[in-house]
Design a protein around this ligand. Structure first.
Ligand code: UDP
Length: 323
């Protein structure tokens, strides 16, 4: 049985939907930002808190867990600057509690959701896993701290882990049964689609004077189903003992600027966006694009779904949005 912590959240719920096809799954989530309706009915759901040792012990006592996948983190850069305590408490301290209970119950396989924010402002065109990590905000720091803990736990306690550093997760399940639903929403693609649906007055472009071809920031958008598939491959590699301590980027190696994303949304939906140029948002690097060659070479994963597909699936979800 696989424990998915944070399986009611955006990325966790998409992973669970794929994973239940192959494994028995128990989801632990406190529903602070996740949605009960997003959890596939084939998974067992336990409402509980990652930072609560008793909740965790109950789960490990009740189910024969062989691996843990951890999605239960706060992930807003701006919020992490305003409230670092929240980020270090949940993303670092609670994860330490989870690892402690895992060690107690001798559960040695762990997949950790990390982030491109661990790289800070890299001065390379394509970021690979050897690019220096230098986070510029508490969110990125909190993820890097856990990565460092994992390396030490691996050496000292024999923990096997895979760290997956996501670039910009986007899109929705092709069935439109689950998708991205944050409150408040801060991510570019949902904000554009909400504007196109008329639930938001305008799209603000945060900075048009960056050192990029059209002046707006470039990001590497990756379909959430591609992300889910990478987790399954990582899990298989851990369970087959092919891998024991690895870090992989997950991106599609293509950068799109904010303006290009808006244009693609307009093309896919046939609706014109109401766009305004605005000031830069603090902490935004001009360009973040991944090389995912390492995971392709080692596990055979590559992103299959391009930006148009991401937006098509997200658009279907946003039109329906059941939760
Ligand atoms: N962005 C924007 N307007 C918005 C939201 C985001 O211009 O309303 C820009 C943001 O500055 C960044 C890119 O879109 O350059 C992607 O931002 P998002 O918050 O989606 O992801 P992040 O890269 O911060 O993880």
């Amino acid at each position: 049985m696989i424990l998915v912590v944070g399986g009611a959240g955006y990325i966790g719920s998409h992973l669970v939907k794929e994973l239940v096809e192959k494994e028995d799954v128990v989801v632990l989530d406190n529903l602070s930002t996740g949605h009960r309706e997003a959890i596939d009915k084939r998974a067992i759901f336990v409402r509980g808190d990652l930072g609560n040792e008793e909740d965790l012990q109950m789960v490990f006592r009740s189910y024969p867990i062989k691996a843990v996948m951890h999605f239960a983190a706060f992930s807003l850069v701006g919020e992490s600057v305003v409230d670092p305590l929240k980020y270090y408490e949940n993303n670092v301290a609670s994860t330490l509690t989870l690892l402690k209970v895992m060690m107690k119950f001798k559960v040695k396989n762990f997949i950790f959701s990390s982030t491109a924010a661990t790289y800070g402002i890299p001065d390379v065109e394509l970021i690979d896993e050897t690019t220096k990590t230098a986070p510029i905000n508490p969110y990125g720091q909190s993820k890097l701290m856990v990565e460092q803990m994992l390396a030490d736990f691996s050496k000292s306690y024999g923990l096997n882990y895979v760290v997956l550093r996501y670039f910009n997760a986007a899109g929705a399940h092709e069935s439109a049964a689950i998708g991205e639903s944050h409150d408040p929403e801060t991510h570019l693609i949902p904000i554009i689609l909400q504007q196109l649906l008329g639930t938001r007055e305008k799209v603000s472009v945060f900075g048009s004077d960056y050192d990029t071809p059209d002046g707006t920031c470039i990001r590497d958008y990756i379909h959430v189903t591609d992300l889910a598939e990478a987790h399954i491959l990582a899990l298989e590699a851990l369970l087959s003992e092919e891998k024991s301590a690895e870090t992989y980027n997950l991106g599609n190696g293509l950068g799109f600027s904010v303006k290009e994303v808006i244009e693609t949304c307009e093309r896919v939906t046939g609706v014109k966006a109401n766009v305004e140029m605005a000031d830069r948002r603090s902490g935004d690097p001009a360009r973040l694009v991944a090389s995912s060659d390492k995971i392709f070479t080692e596990l055979g994963w590559k992103a299959e779904r391009r930006l148009e597909r991401i937006i098509e699936d997200a658009w279907r979800w946003h039109q329906k949005q059941p939760y």
